[in-house]
Design a protein. Structure first.
Length: 632
């Protein structure tokens, strides 16, 4: 796992930017603390920061050349099946390898197979390979978007990097993309291919870029799994197939020349990963964070039970409310593009403490999107029914919006959930999905932005993007259609982005066995009823877990890790909101948001009916902190 950055100049003005390459490499030092390297010629500059995981020798440092010095590579990620590919390349093409690392295997696979090599890789990656003779640069991102890749293009140059901070380090002109801001206000994150700055983009999952001369070509090489005709499997056969693929996935992801552990929350997903990993490694390190002051959200007792069952070397990091709050400013300082999912806070803290013990951690991320693990999936299941309950909820729709709504009160939270559910029932399948994927509707988001800025929002582009996400969801949808949309939207842009950004802040490599592409494809070929019914989620994983551990652990309810934003905003961060980041004077001078809309939102936050205002306020705080860092 590493950080990469680089430049391809189209003309002399573009070449001038090569002087900034070292600065952009330095901005990725947290991603790769073990080594750095760079390459220049008259057109291209490539930079690399290395986190040594496979073959930590100096010979495996990057940029890495082939034997004839015709090609070189900078690479972020891991190719788990590199040993098998190495044998193929040796036998078929006579390649003689100098290192034990996957980087060299990737490089020679591209040399001999060009973009077709992407079909062979099992892993997660973002890389750039430069053909020195042909002056051609090739970049690619993994199938599901586990690793990030930003790029920037103007008439003089093409830039790329693992994080936006490195792109900014080239000295680009910075201006807000209000179409992206609109999406951010709706979703609390910015989906690929969008980015918050004009001319900056994220390469979409399963795509590559080829650059030669002034020509930049972007192509898709992988179609992410869609809901289609499901394969015919008995329940037992399906479970056996998923177990087989998952055990192989975990085994692949345990290849490491540095210390390795597992994130263990005590939930279904991480417990399965721990169960399998403990077969391959004695004294397996497992890591949890707990929140003792909030017993409903604290899962450490379950994690302890799983750890004891598999005799792991378990580490629990117990956090107080103040521990969480103490990390808020550090997280805001680290965010290089607005990202409003507050669950990044516990991921950041877990990564910080885990990195003190290991360099690589396995995680259960991805299982919820692939096997239907979110509470919203139950809501989708129930919303399809022609039931008396749904009819009553829909009939009372005007009432729900008038009742007080707050996450801090069980009764008011039920009103909030009912209001959101009732409004969703009024929409067809695709529109219902978009509404429940959003925290703010389009009308509300647009009102947050000053009218003169909102005029530059590309509404046609927003409609096109939304249409692409929801196009596969029929009015009488199958749940696999919902999961397919989650894999395209939520998984790469929210969940995986969060884990990459927060873990790599400390040079911690997080591997995700549930997102082996073969496993995802197999899971998407299973009937939806193997995953969810109106009462239970992740059915097949629960049954699989019962094969490894006692049933009482396999059947427990799902919990999240709630961050007490509302309480913070009303107490410890009150002055930050009212006198600094969201103060009327600052908002007015800044000239991005509508001061009246921001004031109404903050007033709602401090009212007896806050609704979801705390989530919107957090997104604004993240944006304002980012804006002050890069625009003042």
């Amino acid at each position: 796992m590493c950080g990469i950055t680089g430049l391809y100049a189209f003309n002399e003005a573009g070449r001038f930017n090569l002087i900034n390459l070292q600065r952009t490499i330095d901005k990725l030092s947290h991603r790769g603390p073990d080594a750095q390297g760079s390459y220049f010629d008259d057109r291209v500059g490539l930079g690399h920061r290395r986190l040594s995981v496979i073959d930590p020798s100096d010979e495996a440092n990057q940029p890495m050349f082939d034997e004839k010095k015709k090609y070189l590579i900078v690479f972020n990620g891991e190719i788990y099946n590199f040993r098998e590919l190495k044998t193929i390349l040796e036998n078929r093409f006579g390649v003689m390898f100098r290192t034990r690392c996957d980087t060299e295997v990737l490089l020679y696979a591209y040399i001999h197979l060009k973009e077709k090599c992407l079909d062979l890789f099992n892993g997660f990656f973002a890389f750039a390979i430069y053909d020195i003779k042909e002056k051609e640069l090739f970049l690619a991102r993994d199938r599901l978007g586990i690793k990030p890749l930003y790029y920037y293009q103007d008439e003089d140059k093409f830039l790329f990097a693992s994080e936006m901070r490195s792109i900014i380090g080239f000295g680009i002109e910075r201006s807000i993309n209000f179409t992206s801001l609109m999406l951010f206000l709706q979703l609390n994150y910015i989906p690929a291919p969008y980015a918050m700055l004009n001319h900056v983009h994220k390469l979409q999952p399963g795509h590559f870029i080829r650059i030669k001369g002034g020509n930049v070509e972007i192509m898709k090489y992988y179609n992410q799994p869609n809901a289609g005709i499901t394969e015919s499997h008995s329940k037992i056969d399906a479970r056996n197939r998923i177990r087989e693929l998952l055990e192989e996935s975990v085994r692949y992801r345990m290849v490491s020349d540095v210390p390795l552990g597992v994130f263990l929350s005590g939930g279904i997903d991480s417990s399965i990963i721990t169960a399998i990993a403990s077969r391959y490694k004695e004294d397996l390190n497992t890591f949890s964070i707990g929140y003792p002051s909030e017993t409903y959200f604290d899962e450490t007792r379950y994690a302890d039970m799983v750890a004891q069952h598999f005799m792991t070397n378990h580490h629990t990091f117990s956090l107080s409310r103040n521990d969480l709050l103490d990390h808020v400013q550090d997280i805001l300082d680290h965010i290089d593009e607005p990202f409003g999912d507050s669950s990044a806070i516990p991921v950041y803290i877990l990564s910080k403490y885990t990195r003190k013990h290991v360099t690589v951690a396995l995680s259960g991320d991805g299982a919820d999107e692939v096997f239907s693990g979110y509470n919203k999936h139950l809501a989708f299941m129930r919303s399809r029914e022609r039931s008396l309950q749904n009819g009553l909820i829909r009939g009372l729709n005007p009432l729900w919006g008038m009742l007080p709504q707050s996450r801090n009160n069980p009764v008011f939270n039920a009103f909030r959930q009912m209001n959101r559910y009732a409004r969703g029932l009024e929409r067809p399948g695709g529109e219902r999905y978009w509404m429940w994927a959003s925290l703010m509707d389009a009308q509300g988001a647009e009102k947050m932005i000053l009218a003169e800025n909102a005029a530059s929002i590309d509404q046609e582009e927003l409609c096109r993007f939304k249409g692409e996400i929801i196009s596969g969801i029929a009015d009488k949808f199958d749940m696999n259609e919902i999961l397919s949309a989650d894999i395209r939207l939520v998984l790469p842009n929210d969940m995986l982005h969060k884990v990459d950004l927060m873990s790599m802040a400390f040079g911690l490599e997080v591997r995700v066995p549930f997102l082996d592409h073969r496993l995802v494809e197999a899971a998407m070929g299973l009937p939806a009823e193997y995953k969810i019914n109106r009462k239970q989620q992740k059915i097949i994983l629960r049954e699989l877990l019962a094969d490894y551990i006692p049933g009482k652990l396999a059947q427990r309810p799902k919990h999240g890790f709630e961050v007490p934003l509302l309480s913070w905003f009303r107490k410890e961060l009150k002055n930050t909101i009212r006198q600094d980041l969201l103060s009327p004077d600052f908002v007015r001078e800044q000239g991005i948001f509508d001061p009246g809309a921001v004031s109404r939102l903050t007033s709602k936050l401090f009212s007896s009916d806050p609704g979801d205002s705390h989530a919107h306020i957090w997104a604004l705080i993240v944006f304002q902190s980012w804006w002050k860092k890069y625009f003042i």
